[in-house]
Design a protein around this ligand. Structure first.
Ligand code: PLP
Length: 387
């Protein structure tokens, strides 16, 4: 038999940088500040609700669009936080995490050859999902270290074949929260070029400075946006993979058209748990943010104490450190040495650029304070690795 391997269209994407760094990190027993998952679990009452559902049911297939109770809880979520009214029956689809939302949206909406404009640095599943759906990636390249999105940056990547723009705020990996003026630019751009906007809002509750704006709250974007999120980050349940899309009925129909054949539906008892999560009182979110602000400040001041110059993220649970001024010109090789020689894992951001140019390295602070301390202690020898 002819030997078969990964299909050609996915070969450029190889294995994800997160899997590679996590595997290397495990092999060297490193402190893993690479992949963005907390080393603590979400609220006990949420986990108890899911456990009870596993024991007592429901344990059979959920409806394709998601349990009605979860779709109603998602609807109430957008009303509660953004004052946006959503129809739970025709505008909400429960997906396999935000990653599933991205995949289902691309598969349901794109025609072969449709172009999708991605903004560097991107989340790694975007380009692969576009390509799996038969689309073509184009890139907008805001300049570092500001990464501000303006009209010129977006116009440089658009053509007559562009069908969709993908945005992400709060942004992984830069920690930026889009300004009002950037949303103005995005809105006008999408309207003028008649684009669908895919707005990845998975870090929506992790905002330290500024305010998160949902694309759904903008009248001109309401009918052309697919907003995606999940319980992974907000409730420290990344392994549950319960996410969703919210979009106007025609876009929702497209997403569901794909979702019925990618997974049909996602874990029923965990959807029951997700309802309890979304309905938690304000005090949960205040405490959640307080905890993350403290971890952010701990990591940023720790990195400063050893002579590095991290950005202070406005949102998400990541910070970036640019080592180019210290002579590092290959972020990936440097991250491998960090793991092997110092026992700390970080993510090279070159993986999120079209030309793979060396960039800042990303540290996650969704870890216990003692783990962050241990990482800083190990990193204090970073000078030994610098040229
Ligand atoms: C920007 C962004 N989008 C989507 C995801 C995936 O979310 P989920 O775990 O819900 O699939 C992540 C996870 O790190 C992310 O950083």
């Amino acid at each position: 038999m002819t030997e078969r391997g990964l299909c050609r269209r996915l070969q450029p994407y190889g294995s994800s940088i997160f899997s590679e760094i996590s595997a290397l990190s495990a092999r060297h027993n490193a402190v893993n500040l690479g992949q963005g998952f907390p080393d603590f679990d979400g609220p006990e009452e949420v986990r108890n609700a899911a456990a009870a559902a596993v024991i007592d049911g429901p344990n059979q297939y959920a409806p394709l669009a998601g349990l009605p109770s979860l779709r109603h809880a998602i609807t109430a979520w957008y009303q509660r936080w953004y004052g946006v009214a959503i129809d739970p029956d025709h505008e909400v689809t429960v997906t396999s995490g935000c990653t599933g939302a991205i995949g289902d949206a691309m598969l349901g909406v794109l025609e072969p050859g449709d172009e999708v404009l991605l903004i560097e640095p991107w989340y790694d599943s975007y380009p692969a999902s576009v390509v799996m759906a038969g689309g073509v990636c184009r890139y907008a390249k805001p300049a570092s270290p500001g990464y501000v999105i303006d009209r010129d940056v977006l116009e440089a990547g658009v053509t007559s074949k562009t069908r969709m723009l993908v945005v992400n705020s709060p942004h992984n990996p830069t920690g930026r929260v889009y300004r009002e003026s950037e949303w103005d630019v995005i809105e006008a751009f999408c309207v003028e070029h008649d684009l669908v906007l895919f707005s990845d809002e998975v870090y929506e509750t992790l905002v330290f400075d500024g305010v998160h704006r949902s694309a759904l709250a903008r009248p001109e974007l309401r009918s052309r946006s697919i907003v995606a999120s999940s319980v992974g980050k907000t409730f420290s349940l990344t392994g549950w993979k319960i996410g969703w899309t919210v979009a106007a009925p025609p876009l929702t129909e497209a997403i569901r058209g794909a979702h019925q054949f990618t997974s049909f539906c996602v874990s029923t008892p965990l959807q029951v748990g997700a309802v309890v999560a979304l309905e938690l009182p304000d005090s949960y979110f205040e405490e959640f943010l307080r905890g993350y602000r403290s971890r952010r400040d701990q990591l940023v001041s720790g990195l400063r104490s050893i002579g590095l110059d991290p950005i202070v993220p406005q949102g998400t649970y990541f910070t970036l450190v640019d080592l180019a001024p210290l002579g590092v010109d290959d972020d990936r090789a440097f991250c491998e040495r960090l793991i092997r020689d110092l026992g700390v894992a970080a993510i090279p951001t070159s993986a999120f650029h079209e030309d793979r140019r060396s960039g800042p390295i990303r540290f996650a602070f969704c870890k216990q304070p003692e783990v962050l301390d241990q990482a800083i202690e190990r990193l204090s020898r970073i000078g030994e690795l610098l040229p």
